[in-house]
Design a protein around this ligand. Structure first.
Ligand SMILES: NC(=O)c1ccc[n+]([C@@H]2O[C@H](COP(=O)([O-])OP(=O)(O)OC[C@H]3O[C@@H](n4cnc5c(N)ncnc54)[C@H](O)[C@@H]3O)[C@@H](O)[C@H]2O)c1
Length: 368
């Protein structure tokens, strides 16, 4: 069995009427995604939101006026020392994940950090070491492994329906969707562009569904051809900050795993394709699968059969956050298995880093 504790049964039984024990949680980085966390936590009685930290006073004002947050700080050291939360959600730009998480862990807090886990594998290692040293939980905000389709495919793999998983193709492709808020175009604060920002999600769920094999080599390339220039093309995501744009527009990578399996990754903010794609396909020796639309392809009774679920629970963006936060709360309070522990974030970070290193080197690189 893998650690897929969030199966169909536990989704149905997870509603808690009244929490006996609560997690006093605070947020570092009160920007856009922190509001999705706050909305999700309002549905989870195990959380009590006790404070927030942001370098922007206007975000702290909004936290006070919209969410009734009273303990707000511009420095996380002050938040940690004065509020002494049980847990911290790190929702800053990627480059701040590691220092904020390590400070929180060293202050005795459990930590959920948003994706990607950090900017580099070394930062992930330091975060895991801090969690171990302080005996605290460290979780990465990989919500797509809580998706009912991902969970269904894990159960199918565990039941042997795919045989040996040989190949997975991950696609996180927007036709014209360069983020037009935050610092997503700034490499020194984010570590990269679509590969680390959106590719990470499809990689995390595909790697999880594959059974988390160990990556050993990477080959890939990155291109910047649109984001660093002004554009007059009509688009649903207009007016990004092209002047500060230093990340890639598109990254293509191939990962070799210790067991011989291969993962191909395509990630772009602005690919010239017919429409956006958010999917992975998988090929095994006994069966294959597609994530969206969900399907399992195999042979049965001497026939090639396509199996599609007749029911899967609803799981929009907000619901996936409820599931990942509930898993975090249950891990902290009841020591339940974590679906996305720091080690999972570290493995995914090695994949991202391998593609970027290969792109810079111009040849395949090994992954330790
Ligand atoms: N899981 C998901 O689906 C998902 C979706 C969107 C964003 N994210 C992740 O969440 C993180 C934040 O993204 P966002 O869209 O909320 O960006 P954002 O720019 O809206 O918010 C980030 C906030 O962090 C604050 N900040 C920056 N440095 C800080 C510091 N040193 N101390 C305290 N606060 C600081 C900023 O002022 C800003 O308010 C990123 O890592 C991103 O990848 C995850």
């Amino acid at each position: 069995m893998s650690n897929s504790s969030v199966g169909a049964e536990s989704f149905a039984t997870q509603k808690v009427k009244k929490a006996k024990k609560r997690v006093r949680v605070a947020i570092i980085g009160c920007g856009g995604i922190s509001e999705t966390h706050l909305a999700a936590m309002s549905q989870i009685p195990e959380f009590e939101v006790v404070g927030g930290c942001d370098i922007k006073p206007e975000r702290l004002e909004l936290m006070k006026s919209k969410y009734g947050m009273t303990a707000v700080y511009e420095k996380w050291d002050d938040l940690l020392a004065e509020v002494k939360p049980d847990a911290i959600l790190v929702c800053t730009p990627n480059g701040v994940h590691a220092p904020a998480a390590i400070a929180a862990l060293n202050a005795g807090c459990h930590v959920l950090t948003e994706k990607p886990m950090a900017m580099t594998p070394d930062e992930c290692k330091a975060m895991i070491a801090a969690a171990k040293a302080n005996k605290r939980k460290l979780v990465v905000g990989f919500q797509f492994r809580y998706h009912p389709t991902s969970q269904m495919l894990v159960r199918a793999r565990e039941a042997g329906e795919f045989g040996d998983v040989m190949f997975v193709k991950c696609q996180a492709l927007r036709r014209r969707g360069i983020p037009n808020w935050g610092v997503f175009g700034q490499k020194e604060l984010q570590g990269g562009g679509p590969m680390i920002d959106i590719g990470v999600h499809v990689i995390e769920m595909a790697h999880y569904v594959m059974g988390s094999p160990k990556p050993v080599a990477a080959s890939g390339n990155c291109w910047t051809f649109m984001g660093n220039k002004p554009s007059e093309t009509l688009s649903p995501w207009p007016n990004w900050d092209w002047k500060t744009y230093t990340v890639e527009d598109m990254a293509i990578g191939q990962i070799r795993f210790e067991n011989g399996a291969i993962m191909q990754i395509e990630a772009s903010f602005c690919a010239h394709i017919k429409e956006d794609v958010w999917n992975f396909t998988m090929m095994g020796s006994k069966g294959g699968a597609n994530w969206d639309p969900p399907g399992i392809f195999s042979d049965r009774a001497g026939t090639m059969v396509n199996t599609v679920p007749s029911f899967l629970p609803k799981a929009d963006f907000g619901e996936l956050f409820v599931r990942k936060l509930r898993n975090f709360a249950e891990g902290v309070l009841y020591n339940k298995p974590l679906e996305a522990p720091g080690e999972a974030g570290y493995a995914v970070q090695k994949i991202l880093d391998g593609v970027y290193r290969s792109a810079a080197a111009g040849h395949e690189v090994t992954i330790d």
